[in-house]
Design a protein around this ligand. Structure first.
Ligand SMILES: NC(=O)C1=CN([C@@H]2O[C@H](COP(=O)(O)OP(=O)(O)OC[C@H]3O[C@@H](n4cnc5c(N)ncnc54)[C@H](OP(=O)(O)O)[C@@H]3O)[C@@H](O)[C@H]2O)C=CC1
Ligand SMILES: O=C(O)C1=N[C@H](C(=O)O)C[C@H](O)C1
Length: 255
């Protein structure tokens, strides 16, 4: 079993833990949040499960001693970018890291790169399998039609302050100016992204909707299983998908 610790138990983390409870290969050992309001409760109780699993800790419990007493192989992070300050300790213990934090500063990315010489890290601003497949498809369309005008739409809940990290990743991947990102903030939209490829007489649209925050947990679970097998390096989900696809192609029987 792969032992997992989980950081961040807000509106996303609470739903994203759910797929971990059903896993046969991953054992969710603990959850950590910033405040101590839920300290002593179990993450399982938020999903009405009839067993106690994954005790909730608060940041005041965090120390090297904590890691020794509550050992894990992988830590998943759905908190915020400032939590990167804990990664040094994780790296020193060889604990793999799955970061779902949507946006890091250049300095924080440099720190991830530096720590990835000691442990393996996968970072994805959108950890759904769907958006990462969309990203691969968009590269294919762009390569086939480099003349396309590309615009990116992102819609999220009204309290989301920053521009979606996913939209920025899409823009960077396709070499598109960030001015071509258009943001909508309304009600409780979980996360919708659309890439529009415009041509003189036609349009191609690629879109992805998150219909449950559990989708983020499904993606994070896949990342845990994949990153556990790596020793060092900084990866993204395209690396994971390309490798999986290569294995799949190698397994095909060629007539
Ligand atoms: N990659 C992806 O696919 C996705 C990424 N995200 C990202 O995940 C992050 C969380 O989003 P969301 O759930 O909406 O935000 P919330 O504000 O609802 O939750 C943040 C959580 O992180 C906890 N937290 C904050 N600081 C620390 C810390 N230093 N150590 C441990 N826990 C900490 C908070 O604790 P407390 O509750 O005690 O305040 C809270 O539980 C954001 O960066 C968001 O952009 C979100 C969705 C998908
Ligand atoms: O804050 C969120 O919730 C989300 N953030 C993402 C981002 O900024 O790209 C990913 C997802 O769409 C949800």
């Amino acid at each position: 079993m792969i032992r997992v610790g989980f950081m961040g138990f807000g509106q996303t983390g609470r739903e994203a833990v759910f797929p971990f409870f059903g896993s046969k290969r991953v054992d969710l050992c603990w959850v950590m949040k910033h405040s101590d309001e839920l300290r002593g409760l179990y993450a399982s109780s938020f999903h009405h499960l009839d067993y106690d699993k994954a005790p909730i800790f608060s940041e005041c419990d965090w120390s090297e001693e904590f890691l020794i007493q509550n050992p894990v192989d992988v830590v998943v992070d759905f908190s915020n970018s400032s939590n990167v300050c804990k990664y040094d300790l994780l790296a020193r213990h060889g604990i793999r890291i799955v970061s779902a934090v949507s946006k890091y500063s250049d300095e924080e990315v440099a720190l991830l790169q530096q720590l990835s010489t000691q442990t393996a890290i996968i970072w994805s601003p959108n950890i759904t399998l769907g958006i990462n497949i969309l990203l691969m498809a968009s590269r294919f369309i762009q390569a086939a039609t480099p003349e396309a005008d590309i615009q990116i739409l992102e819609s999220h809940f009204k309290d989301k302050k920053e521009i979606s990290g996913t939209a920025q990743r899409i823009a960077d991947t396709l070499g598109v100016d960030h001015d071509n990102i258009h943001s909508i903030r309304a009600g409780g939209i979980l996360g919708e992204h659309e890439i529009i490829f415009g041509y003189p007489y036609q349009t191609i649209r690629l879109s992805h909707d998150t219909i449950s925050r559990r989708a983020f947990g499904r993606g994070a679970l896949s990342c845990c299983r994949w990153i556990y097998k790596k020793k060092t390096g900084l990866f993204n989900m395209s690396d994971m998908l390309v490798e999986d696809m290569r294995d799949w192609l190698n397994g095909l029987e060629i007539a």
